[in-house]
Write a protein that binds this ligand. Structure first.
Ligand SMILES: [Fe+2]
Ligand SMILES: [Fe+2]
Ligand SMILES: [Fe+2]
Length: 432
């Protein structure tokens, strides 16, 4: 961890390194989309947990871990239905265990965040359980702070619409009576101390939260990671998106692999190809907001449902553009439903405004989707996919040169789009 996630001042100007806090904060926007109408759950939990951490005078590295774990604590949740259930007050520990473990598993795979995986894995574990007693005591305390903040937010959201200041006494009492059972004495003490101030509750309101969280993060020494680690982090998020619907398993990963292959065939340098792969991995981030029942619907979508799906490319763009080094990737990913005729969505860009990487990504997206089963049709083979792509060229949607690259390398393209297992990093060698 110390080598990859070495500590350095925030806002590093080294273009080859990326500020991990910045990326995590942007990606927390993506996770928060899963809440559909309950927005910013992750950020509120992070602010509350960090405030408790401050009152406990935790060490700097612990505070940093606490913040990252709290922001990402629900990364194992991509289903809107599950997200809603997790915010219900009567949620049982056993019901919540699956997403905590899934989140920990995801984070374990990205080295710079792997040290917070254990915290995420325990974020619904009651203090008086054997599992907690068996855990590392510092991890258990940090996880308990996240747990406490998570439950307080669930109760707060149940009172959405009324002034939070009217609920503070009741919420503080709710936490207090669970000392020793759900929460540790230390965590409850910290919460009672910090939540005595009205400012604690008022900061949770949308228009103050983001700034407060940034302040918390700025207080921490930010970790910067090499830009090359971006692919690994993007892969974690691609898996969160792909897990959303059984129909889209490995979609983002396949799109990334095919887009990178097309990039290399088009003669892109390794850096551009790598960015294109990241754009492929993240292009459907905004889909986290689409309700499960819309993505899984077997009948044709109605107008309202289609509108819910259509906004995903815009959400993807907005999330990624917040991080300066991801600007180019944001554009490519955000344009994956634009068409050369100017009739794509959501920006209606004209042909000359759509860069080649975005055009290749659009081709990879359609190719991969056609190769997969959807609720309303079976998977298509390579030749049938190519027919469809050519029709899209005729309709002025797809780039003709890109589709010709596909035609000339059809078998390799099909393999790249459909191969499971090599998690988006395949096809690095010449496709021949
Ligand atoms: Fe949560
Ligand atoms: Fe899309
Ligand atoms: Fe897609």
């Amino acid at each position: 961890m110390r080598t990859e996630g070495e500590t350095r001042p925030a806002a590093s100007s080294d273009p080859e390194r990326i500020d991990l806090n910045e990326v995590v904060l942007a990606l927390s926007d993506a996770l928060d989309l899963v809440g559909s109408h309950v927005v910013q759950h992750g950020k509120r939990v992070a602010f509350m947990a960090a405030s408790c951490g401050r009152s406990l005078a935790l060490e700097e590295s612990e505070r940093s871990d606490l913040l990252l774990a709290a922001v990402l604590h629900d990364c194992g949740v991509s289903s809107t239905r599950l997200h809603a259930r997790l915010l219900e007050a009567d949620l049982a520990f056993e019901e919540a265990r699956g997403h905590a473990e899934a989140g920990a598993e995801l984070l374990r795979r990205f080295e710079p965040l792997s040290r917070v995986a254990a915290i995420v894995g325990l974020h619904h574990t009651p203090w008086d359980s054997g599992e907690r007693r068996a855990a590392d005591p510092r991890v258990a305390l940090l996880a308990n702070l996240v747990f406490l903040a998570d439950r307080v937010d669930a109760l707060l959201q149940a009172r959405r619409g009324s002034d939070p200041l009217l609920a503070t006494d009741e919420l503080r009492r709710w936490v207090f009576v669970r000392t020793g059972s759900l929460f540790s004495e230390e965590a409850v003490g910290a919460f009672l101390a910090t939540s005595a101030a009205e400012a604690f509750w008022l900061t949770l309101e949308t228009h103050h939260l983001e700034r407060a969280l940034r302040d918390e993060m700025r207080l921490e020494q930010s970790r910067s990671v090499p830009a090359s680690a971006l692919e690994d982090l993007a892969l974690v998020f691609a898996e969160i998106v792909d897990a959303k619907s059984r129909f889209t398993a490995a979609h983002s990963v396949g799109v990334a692999r095919l887009a990178a292959l097309l990039g290399r065939l088009a003669g892109f340098d390794p850096r551009t190809s790598s960015h294109l792969r990241v754009a492929g991995l993240l292009h459907d981030l905004g889909k986290l907001r689409v309700p499960d029942e819309v993505l899984d619907k077997e009948a044709p979508l109605d107008e309202g449902e289609f509108a819910k799906i259509e906004r995903h490319a815009f959400e993807t763009f907005q999330i990624l553009r917040r991080v300066e080094p991801l600007r180019e990737i944001a554009t490519w990913a955000g344009y994956h439903h634009e068409g050369l005729s100017g009739k794509g969505y959501p920006f209606h860009r004209r042909a000359e405004e759509i860069p080649l990487p975005a055009r290749l990504l659009a081709i990879a997206d359609i190719f991969q989707a056609l190769a997969q089963r959807r609720p309303y049709r079976g998977p298509l083979g390579p030749e049938a996919i190519l027919d469809h792509l050519r029709r899209f060229v005729e309709a002025g949607k797809l780039d003709p040169r890109g589709v010709e690259l596909v035609a000339a390398n059809l078998a390799a393209c099909y393999r790249a789009a459909t191969l499971d297992g090599d998690a988006g990093r395949g096809e690095r060698t010449s496709p021949a």
